[in-house]
Design a protein around this ligand. Structure first.
Ligand SMILES: NC(=O)c1ccc[n+]([C@@H]2O[C@H](COP(=O)([O-])OP(=O)(O)OC[C@H]3O[C@@H](n4cnc5c(N)ncnc54)[C@H](OP(=O)(O)O)[C@@H]3O)[C@@H](O)[C@H]2O)c1
Length: 323
């Protein structure tokens, strides 16, 4: 089978597409032919050696997949060959096949394509965890989403809207802002041309309730300063590469809160609670209250290009590798 191999930490261009032996499927495992692998910012961080966890070399990146079961171990029950399934697997997704335990796989809701399912878990679980557990978003609240046309950002728009909130989307190009409007944002701000703090205050009539920040950098303080009374600022990530230093007086003023979100660590430490959270996400997909965007697709062999496009902000929305 083909696999995208990371033999040395570095830029995505150092990834190699190799032919390797298919993994052995033991009696309590299933073999999945991967039709789509979600592309996430964290995959680029793994390859660059910039993530807080460094996998042992060599490794196959790719943290979430969707595909079809092609082989069942003899002890496996509850699944059949041909079932459409998706999984969050940490590593190993940029390949033609993967062998998994039944506890890792989830049936794909009928409404979703392989590509949508492969790009859903990280972004939607993060959004759901952020807006229902780290804070609780209420109907009619104003939620400001930075990096809104990225993977996490689009999921935040969808989940915030599903909870009745009004969304202000911040992104850097008109194409990205168009997508945010299509996805239901009530107001948009072009971070490349507009004063983000002033525009948030105008659009939210001075009472922005929640800021969701997967970007960091200079936008962070502007967004914090735009929060209204009891506003909550969710620290999600630093796609800009710059970890912001937030002034404490701006947290004190108006009784604001800054809240950290680390879905991955929480999910690993609390598998049962995470399974319940994913159940809520899937139920919301099935009843139509949320719908992951159809991602842009790259061939598996173009993993380096896809990761480079992600790092250079050239992807509007989500992206996946397809075989
Ligand atoms: N805390 C958690 O539990 C958790 C979970 C999942 C992901 N994350 C983190 O969240 C962050 C975003 O992930 P994502 O999957 O949404 O990434 P993404 O799809 O690449 O989106 C990131 C967005 O950040 C903006 N950005 C600004 N400066 C950038 C730069 N220098 N390079 C790249 N993007 C830049 C871009 O929007 P504009 O061009 O519009 O500015 C881009 O759309 C990552 O740091 C990721 O590790 C955290």
């Amino acid at each position: 089978m083909r696999a995208v191999m990371c033999r040395d930490l570095g830029e995505p261009e150092s990834l190699l597409v190799e032919q390797i032996d298919t993994p052995f499927c033991s009696p309590n495992q299933v073999r999945v032919h991967i039709w789509a692998s979600g592309l996430n910012y964290v995959d680029a961080l793994f390859v660059q050696g910039k993530y807080q966890i460094r996998p042992q070399l060599p490794f196959i990146p790719g943290s979430e997949i969707a595909g079809e079961i092609t082989e069942l171990g003899e002890q496996v029950q509850g699944f059949s060959v041909g079932d459409r399934v998706f999984a969050s697997i940490g590593l190993g997704g940029f390949a033609d096949e993967v062998v998994l335990s039944p506890s890792q796989i989830i049936p794909i809701p009928d409404r979703l394509s392989f590509a949508q399912a492969a790009t859903m878990t990280q972004s939607y679980a993060t959004a759901w965890y952020s807006l229902t557990q780290r804070t609780l978003v209420h109907p009619e609240e104003w939620v400001v989403v930075l990096g809104a046309a990225g993977g996490v950002g689009l999921a935040m728009i969808d989940v915030a809207r599903a909870h009745g909130a009004k969304v202000i989307a911040v992104a850097s190009t008109s194409e990205k802002l168009r997508l945010c409007i299509e996805r239901g944002a009530h107001g948009v701000i072009d971070s490349s041309t507009e004063d983000v703090k002033t525009r948030i205050r105008e659009l939210a009539e001075g009472r922005a309730d929640v800021v969701v920040d997967p970007v960091g950098g200079p936008l962070a303080e502007q967004a914090l300063r735009a929060l209204g009374d009891n506003g909550r600022y969710l620290v999600i990530g630093f796609a800009s590469g710059v970890i912001p230093l937030l002034p404490a007086n701006q947290i004190l003023l108006r009784n604001r809160q800054v809240i950290g979100v680390d879905w991955g660590a929480w999910a690993m430490a609390n598998p049962a609670e995470n399974a319940a959270l994913l159940g809520e996400v899937i139920a919301a997909v099935e009843d139509g209250s949320i719908t992951p965007v159809e991602p842009r697709s790259y061939p598996l062999a173009e993993a380096s290009t896809a990761l480079r496009d992600l790092l250079e902000r050239r992807i509007t929305g989500k992206a996946c590798l397809s075989s």
